[in-house]
Structures are given as C-alpha cells and as structure tokens.
Design a protein around this ligand. Structure first.
Ligand code: GSH
Length: 89
C-alpha cells in the first residue's frame, strides 16, 4: 500500500495528523509532501484532488482522503493497529 501525505508545516490540521502519525509510530510508512515548499507536490495534489488544494490530504494508493479527523481515524484503524509495538505480558 502506498501512502502519501500532502501537508505543510504551519497548517494546524496537518500538524494534528503529523503528531498522530508520530504517536502511532508509523512515520516510516508515509511519504510526506510539503505543498508550500514544493511546487511540484502542489501540482500533483491539485491533479489527484480534483483541483482542490486543501490539506491535509492523505493519498491511499492514489485515492485522496481529506479531513484531518477522517485521516486520523483511517490511519489508526488500518495502519496503526497492525504496527503497534508488541506488549509485554
Ligand atoms: N476541516 C479540515 C480543515 C483543513 C483546512 O482548513 N486546511 C487549510 C490549511 S490549514 C487549507 O487547506 N486551506 C485551503 C483550502 O481549503 O483550499 C480538516 O480538518 O482537515
């Protein structure tokens, strides 16, 4: 599965998603694209997301998902659970 997160530093919704990703320990599974620093990333986002530049946008195997809360929920349920650190019994 390919996961691309379109975002930028000063966006508080992006920050919420980034912090959750850190908390889940799944940062290494996600490709980050900064749409303010990288004009090519912004162009790609507009193409993927029907000319909408809203961030954060998580692109899951080419399909865009908007809304930070939806992204957090999806990552928690679909990626975080499978990569949770093993618990000591
Ligand atoms: N409800 C959205 C809000 C996202 C939002 O407002 N993002 C701003 C940047 S902080 C944005 O992309 N604005 C430009 C646009 O909506 O086209 C979420 O929780 O993800």
């Amino acid at each position: 599965m390919k996961l691309d997160l379109y975002q930028y530093e000063s966006c508080r919704y992006c920050d919420k998603v980034r912090r959750h990703i850190d908390k889940l320990g799944i940062k290494h599974l996600i490709n980050y694209h900064d749409t303010l620093k990288d004009p090519e990333a912004k162009k790609r986002l507009l193409t993927i997301n029907d000319d909408d530049e809203q961030v954060p946008c998580l692109v899951i195997d080419g399909k865009p998902m908007l809304e930070s809360d939806d992204i957090i929920k999806w990552l928690t349920e679909n990626i975080g659970a499978a990569h949770a650190p093993a618990r000591k019994i």
